[in-house]
Every structure is written in structure tokens, then in C-alpha cells.
Design a binder for this molecule. Sequence first.
Ligand code: CP3
Length: 343
Amino acid sequence: MPENRIMLDVLRGEARFPPPLWMMRQAGRYLPEYRETRKRAGSFLDLCYNPDLAVEVTLQPIERFGFDASILFSDILVVPHALGRDVRFEEGRGPLLTPITAAEISALNSETFHVNLEPVYETVRRLRAKLPDETTLIGFCGAPWTVATYMIAGHGTPDQAPARLFAYREPAAFQQLLKVLAIHSAAYLIRQIEAGADVVQIFDSWSGVLDDASFEAFCVAPVAEIVGKVRAVHPDVPIIGFPKGAGARYQTYREKTGVTGLGIDWTVPLDAAKALQAGGAVQGNLDPLRLVAGGTALSDGVDAILKALGDGPLIFNLGHGITPETPVAHVEAMVKQVRSATR
Ligand code: CP3
């Protein structure tokens, strides 16, 4: 592992100031150059599976802002797609899938899984070759629970009611679905690491809607399984878990899953985040809407995070993905403020 990737130092538990910096969804519609490439790509999934164009959009935010980390351009829903499910993205509507039935779960097709995902692995290989040496390359997958919510509902929902109901009504089929997703997500992350990813992140965007027992069974257990499988092959590769909305459960999530770093959303109080740093790096947690607003909303938010968490292992990031309406000038201002910060 190169010595000059400061994000890796932080993930080993060291403090760096100014902290390493990147943004979730940093390649995306707020960037004019992304919108230009997107027009050439055909569908969104065509873009994810086109190494030339996926490399191009992954590098755009690195070239513009010089972030410390680059996240592979892809989507969490390539996993169900590679397992044979119908997945589409429609302009303005987000992802649309054919809802899976209990009977269809055992018919999920693993045979061509890695063949289908080969363009993603090729993108990772080319990225590691092209990125500056000091830039950390992040691979990722969705956590089984979050991916399952889309597979069951067929689209995004505010409270994941279709998946919660399915889990209660069809517990055996639901457990089988989580199992299939955990096994394939682990294999997918291992291939990304072997193609050149330095770190992997597991996105559990909908972990905040579950009761205690369900959080344990649907979020913690499958992610612990993925972490165990990846560590068995690549013990030194840091794994970041991002259980968005986990609230009071962040601490136990880290302990029970064994993730190296913890992504925290913007609702996590900074004193609680400080306490979490005792167990390792935290990543976050600027409210993305402060970045949309700019001005003092932005500078005060950045300042508060740096003051509260800058002495410990911190990866500066947003508390969730950047939104398309964010002005590029506000991102520039944030980068400048973080980079020029002094203790
Ligand atoms: O962070 C990055 O820059 C890497 C790329 C990335 C995308 N999606 C690209 C994308 C990553 C890491 C994701 C993860 C993802 N995808 C998550 C987890 C993180 C989160 O946001 O909670 C989820 C839940 C998805 C599923 C998904 N993909 C949704 C709900 C949507 C629609 C919402 C939207 O912003 O349109 C997508 C589409 C998507 N994924 C876009 C991008 C750049 C926009 C589509 C487009 O460009 O037309």
C-alpha cells in the first residue's frame, strides 16, 4: 500500500489535519461535465457498464476539486441487475425494478454474475492506473437490506413499508434474499479489491426505518457476514459502513459488523460522533443542504465538524449524497475551507 494516501492513515485510526476529503455522489448531475457525458451514454446503466465513460465521470470531480478519494462510478443496483433482475432508471423517477416475489428468490441467477459485472471491474482497473498515486480509490456495494428494499418495492419508498411487510410475512424467503445478496455483495467487493480498490464502502441508506430486532437481523447480520467474507481474503483492506439513520445504534453497528470506518449522516450529534471516534475513523457529516445553501450555513457547518472532530480520525464528507441542485461554486468554497483550516 502506498504511504501517501492520507485517507488510509485515517482509516488506520490516525488523525490528520486538515482531514482527507471527498463527497458521496461526487460524480453526478451537479457537474456540467457529468451531464455532458451522460448525454453520450444512452441509459444510466449503459453508463455504469461502459468503462470508457465510467472512468471519465469518476475522474471528473478529482480533476476539478482534487479530492483525496475517488469513488468508482456505478450504482448499488447493478448487483440485482447482474443477478438477472430487471432494473431501469427513468429520468426524474429514479430506479424502477420488477418487484421480486417470494417464489422468484430461489431463481436468482448467480451463473453470469461476475461476467455481467466485468465492465465494472475493468473500470476499477483503469481507474487505479489513471488516478494520482495519493488518491484513494473506493469501491462499493449496497447493503443487503437497502438493495432488498428496491428489489421488493420496485422503486424507492419513504419508509420501506413494502420490504418491511414482506420481511414479516415471508421471513424464510426474506432471509434467503438477504443471504443471496450478502454472498454476492462480498464476492463483488472482493473482485473490486482485486481490480485495485483500496477501500470499500457498504451503503445502507435505509437502515433508519427498522425496529431493534429487524435492525439486528436485516442490517447488522448481513453486513457482518460481508465484512467477514471480505476480511478472510483481504484482511488489510479498510471497510467503511454507512448505516444512514442508525441513530443510537451506530456504536453497536460498528462493534457487531466489524467495519473499519463509520459513515455518519448529518443527524448524528457531533458529541456522539466524537465518542464514535474512540472506536475508529468516522466519515461525514455535513448536511448536503448546507452545501446547496452556501454562505454562512455552509461555513458554519464545516467549521463545527472540523472543531468537534478534527483532533481524531476524521474523513470529511457530506452526511449523504450531494444533490443535483448544488452550485459548483459552493463545493469549491467547501474544499477551500477544509483545505485551509488550521487548528
Ligand atoms: O458517489 C458516487 O459518485 C458514485 C456513484 C454512485 C451512484 N449511486 C451514482 C448514481 C453511488 C455510490 C450510488 C449509490 C446508491 N445508488 C445508493 C446509496 C447511496 C444513497 O444515495 O443513499 C442508492 C440508494 C442508490 C440507488 C439509486 N441510484 C437511486 C435512489 C437513484 C435515483 C436518485 C437520483 O439521484 O437520481 C440512483 C441514480 C443514480 N445513481 C444517479 C447517479 C449519478 C443519478 C442518475 C443519472 O445520472 O441519471
